[in-house]
Design a protein around this ligand. Sequence first.
Ligand SMILES: [Zn+2]
Ligand SMILES: [Zn+2]
Length: 271
Amino acid sequence: MSLFIASLNSGSNGNCYYVGNGKDAVLIDAGISCREVERRMRLLDLSMRTVRAVFISHEHTDHIRGITALSRRYQLPVYITAATHDNRVLIDKHLIVNFNSGDKIDVEGLQVTAFAKHHDANDPQSFVVEGNGTTIGVFTDIGIACDQLTYHFSKCHAAFLEANYDIEMLENGPYPIYLKNRIRGGKGHLSNCQALEVFCSHRPAHMTHLLLAHLSKDNNDPGKALELFAPYRNDVNVSIASRYEPSQVYHINADSSHTSRVKTVQASLFG
Ligand SMILES: [Zn+2]
Ligand SMILES: [Zn+2]
C-alpha cells in the first residue's frame, strides 16, 4: 500500500517529478534534458525501464525541455492537452495522447487525474497520481490556490507544493516591476505564505510528506521557507525539492501513515 516519489529537479530551470509503485512509474513534466533525466534516475537507483508515460502540465520550457528526446528515446506516450501541444511542443505524432482537464487516466495501475490550474499558459494542468491506496499531488506553477487545488490537496498522502517566492524578497529584489507583477498576479506562482495557508487549512490527517517545490533562485531561500513551515508541520516531513539536485526517493506508505496517526491519537487520548 505505498508509492515511491522523487523530484529529479524542481524550479524555473527545469521540472521533472517521478511517481511509481516499484514496478511501473510515470513522470510529471520533462523540463530537464533527456541526459539529465537518465543521470538523475541512475543516481536514485530508479530505472527508466519502469517509466510508462510522461504527463505534461504546460508548455513553458522548464516543463518540456527534454520531452522530445526523452519520449523518442524510450518510445514513451506523452499525455498532453491539445491546447498545450498546439503551443509548439515537439513530440513524435505516434506518441501523443491527448487528454482533457478532469480526465482520470489509468497507466498500469497508476491513476492520474488532471485538473486545471491558474497560470499564464495555454491550458495548464495539475496532476494527482493514485495507486496502492496512496495519493500524490504535483502542484507547481499555480497563481492562486483555487478550490480544485485545495480539494485535491486534502486527499494527498504526499504532495509537491509550489512555494515560489518570499513576498519581501520578491518586492525588494532585482526583477523589473512587470515581472514581479506577473509572478504574484494570480496567474504566476504561489508564495511561501500562500503555500503555508494551503498546508495549514487543507492538510489531511493522513499526510506524511510535503515537498516545497519550484523555489525561485532570486526571490526565495530554502532555509527561510523551511523555517516558515517548521512551527506548523507537526509530524509531516517537510523538505525542499531542489533546483540543483534530485531529492531522495521517498517511500509514501498510506498504511503506516494511518497506523501512526491512530497511535498518536490514542497516545494523546490515554497518555
Ligand atoms: Zn515552471
Ligand atoms: Zn510555468
